[in-house]
Design a protein around this ligand. Sequence first.
Ligand code: SF4
Length: 252
Amino acid sequence: MVMFENLKILFHQGKQFIPDPTTVQIPGIFRGRPYISGEKVDETELIELCPTDAISSNPISIDLGKCTFCGECAMRFPEKITFTKEYKIATNERDRLIIKEGENKPVEVNPETVRKEIHRVFGKSLKLRQISAGGDNSCEMELNAANNVQFDMSRYGIEFVASPRHADGIVITGPMTKNMAEAVQICYDAMPEPKIIVLVGTDAISGGIFADSPAIDRSFLGKYQIDLYIPGNPAHPLSIVNGLLDLTRKLK
Ligand code: SF4
């Protein structure tokens, strides 16, 4: 009888994992890479409505490193801005996060500028230490989800570890508060070479809505090369998994 009940539950729940997180379609509502059409709109109004100054002019563009994916611009100017469901939006070059009017191409890692040792050393195994530098626990939860049974990032040999001594890279979330600045530096210094730096979420990439706050100290980021930017507010687990795979695996 118990077995029958268990089988009923299994049948009801269906498959509990995503067979291939690199090709799956996201069901339901999701804001991924935006598309900006050539329609003429009131540019001043469009630029001013953005809470994080993510929209610029000449040409109209959206900086995914600043965008909170609130959707306000697409709701007010649906003829101008639409959000696709494209979740592969991570890159190793900050400039590639800027989506320009009329452009409809993927945001990708540039294999030419990935540090050579990354493929060689981390191509089959990557251990990461996560540090929340004033984060609100949203990106942290999504990083956790990237390793759950559904997304199962560990199937690719990518896992989080407790100690920076065991880590190949640091994954930073949050806008980098002054109170966490020293902790981030200590964590980074404790890791053996070679090591990578990954920024996850709008707050980590640009400061987000806290960019002008006197309580943040982002000087750490100016000292080192950032190996991967994973935008989102919070970043989606599929953006996280695919970004890390694209960085560490040789692209075909
Ligand atoms: S979705 Fe992004 S670009 Fe649009 S208004 Fe919100 S923060 Fe600004």
